[in-house]
Design a protein around this ligand. Structure first.
Ligand code: GLN
Length: 393
């Protein structure tokens, strides 16, 4: 047998290529453009939290393998956080797992909970690692399109999509890239369906603290009947502006957490030792930190939304996350989002991300372009100015 008689890349990964975030960030570096593509802040999180990481490193805490489930200080801080913000009780010894970012948590959850052929329902556009992780686990993704404008889930379509092969719902609220935040009624309907059809739910809540205009995040695990069937995932990256630290976590029943940990221990085993101690301190920051962070982001959203509108983009106002989805159909007739984004840095020195790559649907996201607003206000103004000059003269 000759090794190259068949494709080198496992067929489950066929077509996944390079992530759009890597492609667009590389383009930003190559062209010197303002990067509003990949979602990472241009200012680091609180100084005290950075110092906590330095202290941990200097004191020799976390420089060797931390415990597989995460350091006790962080596990306790996570359970305190779930109790403080949502009234959810978890046992830090058995119901929490620290992961290498939410990314690993998603991967481990899929690998742990799916058998080949199991169906996973997810609303599209979806964060790119969902499709990859479902595929790596041998699952079958069943996308349900969130229709623009509004991007509200079609709950009848969700009900109709459940089959005897459906194993789990993979949810994300606040939702990347649309900024949609599930309402209490939507959460209730989803929870009732999950209970009725006996489904597992994996919820990606990494943007839990990034909600605007009074919209509030409610974890699905807090609804009746959901605690025992929900794997809740979050991460320090967004809430504390340390995306490079890759500290994420899972909460759920001991049974679910044990399952996810079984897969996770063979992916990285552990990660981010000293940063785990720093994130424990971050989670304990007073409510004022969380409020100020949210207010600051909301102001940035408003700056970018106004600038994009002035430049001629149709803006879908987000209620959460740090992304604005726009539509370019009128601005650039006949152009698809991917081509638009590939040309944008040369055209005016701004990088964005095409939502089209987050859809299975062939046309739904064809003219949607996402801009990140987790940047300093003058950077957002400069980007908007460049876009306005390029598109509205
Ligand atoms: N979550 C970030 C985004 O949506 C990117 C993370 C990544 O590059 N994997 O932009």
């Amino acid at each position: 047998m000759r090794v190259r008689d068949r494709a080198l890349l496992n067929r489950r990964l066929d077509g996944l290529g390079t992530t759009i975030f890597a492609e667009m960030s590389a383009l930003a570096v190559a062209t010197g453009a303002i990067n509003l593509g990949q979602g990472f802040p241009d200012t680091d999180g609180p100084e005290a939290v950075r110092e906590a990481a330095v202290r941990a490193l200097r004191d020799g805490r976390g420089n060797q393998y931390p415990p597989g489930a995460g350091v006790p200080e962080l596990r306790t801080a996570i359970t305190d956080h779930q109790q403080r913000f949502y009234g959810l009780e978890f046992d830090p010894d058995t119901e929490v797992l620290v992961t290498a970012g939410a990314t690993e948590a998603i991967a481990a959850a899929m690998l742990a909970l799916l058998e080949p052929g199991d169906e996973v329902i997810a609303f599209e556009p979806f964060y790119d690692s969902y499709a990859a992780c479902i595929a790596m686990a041998g699952g079958v993704r069943v996308p349900l399109t969130l229709p623009a404008p509004g991007f509200r889930p079609d709950l009848d379509a969700l009900r109709d999509a459940v089959t005897p092969r459906t194993r789990l719902l993979l949810l994300n609220s606040p939702h990347n890239p649309t900024g949609m935040v599930l309402t209490a009624d939507e959460l209730t309907a989803i929870a009732e369906l999950a209970v009725e059809r006996d489904l597992l739910v994996v919820t990606d809540e990494v943007y839990e603290h990034l909600t605007f205009d009074g919209a509030a995040h409610t974890p699905l695990a807090s609804l009746p009947g959901m605690r025992e069937r929900t794997v809740t995932i979050s991460s320090a990256g967004k809430t504390f502006s340390f995306t490079g630290w890759k500290v994420g976590w899972v909460t759920g029943t001991a049974e679910l957490v044990t399952a996810v940990r079984t897969a996770k221990q063979f992916l990285t085993y552990v990660a981010s030792g000293p940063f785990q101690y720093a994130v424990a301190e971050a989670l304990a920051l007073p409510d004022s930190y969380y409020h100020a962070f949210r207010d600051d982001l909301q102001a940035k959203r408003d700056v970018l939304a106004a600038g994009l509108t002035e430049a001629g983009f149709l803006v879908h106002q987000p209620q959460g996350t740090y992304f604005i989805t726009t539509d370019i159909a009128e601005l650039a007739p006949g152009t698809d989002a991917l081509a638009f984004c590939r040309a944008l840095p040369e055209r005016c020195g701004v990088v964005a991300v095409p939502n089209s790559v987050f859809y299975d649907h062939p046309t739904a996201g064809r003219t949607q372009v996402r801009f990140a607003f987790c940047k300093q206000q003058d950077v957002l103004r400069e980007a908007a100015d460049r876009l306005r000059k390029a598109f509205s003269g």
